[in-house]
Design a protein. Structure first.
Length: 317
């Protein structure tokens, strides 16, 4: 695709960046800002790593359609800033599925990163090729932003790639919570790979998949990320443990995101028995899934603090 060096965006681009059409089933990468040769800062935006989490894609299309990308481009050129936006799982988007063969946000790790990883499978999984492409993009960038949404209703929150620069950066984003250590509970994520490469990495869960507010949140996140306007303004909630879905799993009660639960409170059940809160001070429920999948996370346990409790009570009020 040819670039207009004066604008840094594709010249005479006929459609939105990520759009279904007869000639091109789905465009899956867009680059703007200064040229590669002039770039001193490289930022990567990943959308739709999970194909059914489309708020980031819709938000970027909206920003493009409204002319914001063209408006901001001269400023990016002055700052020698280049930005790539990559659609993580095009087939997943087309089929509106979380993934086709493998959960893409769990395979940025050994043994999948091995050159012979395809030997593990009779048929090469679709997500392996996507993982390899995105790995190269993460190596290319200085900053990573990965936009997601959730199956259950939740306020927007940010995760980071477990280094002090990423933590400080995450607290500048327009979200309600910033969560520490969650990436340690889940192996093979884009954030985990960014950490290995010492990149500044942020992931934002923008809200529930179908909630139009999640698109608006993603839109504001992209604007902040591109312009870097924002001051630290959040306390960080620590999260060091997840609750896995085992055979027979089912909820015993309705659980909401960032709900406080008491010690020994029964939340769910599976073939091993009752699942209760194991923390004497209680805990905060983070990212409960609406559709439990065996082997994946039912929710994450957040460390309870009075400041977090007040924030949650304020949100519920």
């Amino acid at each position: 695709m040819e670039e207009d060096e004066e604008e840094g965006i594709p010249a005479h681009y006929p459609n939105l960046p990520f759009q279904f059409n007869a000639k091109n089933p789905l465009s899956w990468e867009f680059v703007f800002g200064c040229s590669e040769e002039k770039a001193t800062i490289r930022k990567l935006i990943l959308v739709c790593i999970h194909g059914n989490e489309q708020c980031g894609m819709k938000a970027f299309n909206q920003l493009f359609d409204e002319g914001w990308i063209s408006t901001i481009n001269p400023i990016l050129k002055q700052k020698n800033l280049r930005i790539r936006v990559i659609l993580g799982n095009p087939r997943g988007v087309i089929e509106n599925k979380r993934f086709i063969d493998l959960n893409l946000n769990r395979i940025f790790r050994s043994p999948f990163l091995n050159e012979k990883s395809s030997d593990m499978f009779i048929k090469r999984p679709y997500e392996l090729s996507r993982m390899e492409y995105i790995c190269k993009a993460i190596r290319w960038c200085d900053y990573l932003l990965d936009l997601h949404s959730t199956s259950a209703d939740t306020p927007p929150f940010a995760l980071f790639s477990d280094n002090i620069l990423s933590e400080r950066y995450a607290t500048t984003f327009p979200v309600e919570y910033v969560i520490k250590d969650l990436s340690k509970c889940v192996l093979g994520t884009t954030l985990g790979f960014a950490k290995l490469l010492s990149k500044i990495g942020i992931s934002v869960e923008c809200g529930q998949h179908e909630n139009p507010d999640s698109v608006e949140i993603a839109l504001q996140i992209i604007k902040k990320y591109v312009t870097d306007i924002g001051e630290p303004s959040h306390n960080v909630l620590s999260c060091g443990k997840c609750q896995l879905v085992n055979k027979g799993f089912h909820y015993m009660k309705k659980i909401e995101a960032f709900q406080r639960v008491q010690y020994n409170e029964v939340l769910a059940n599976d073939d091993n028995g009752a699942i209760t809160c194991p923390f004497p001070q209680g805990a905060i429920i983070i990212m409960p899934t609406e559709y439990p999948i065996i082997g994946e996370e039912a929710w994450f346990w957040g460390e309870y603090t009075k400041s977090i409790d007040k924030a949650v009570q304020h949100e519920r009020g």
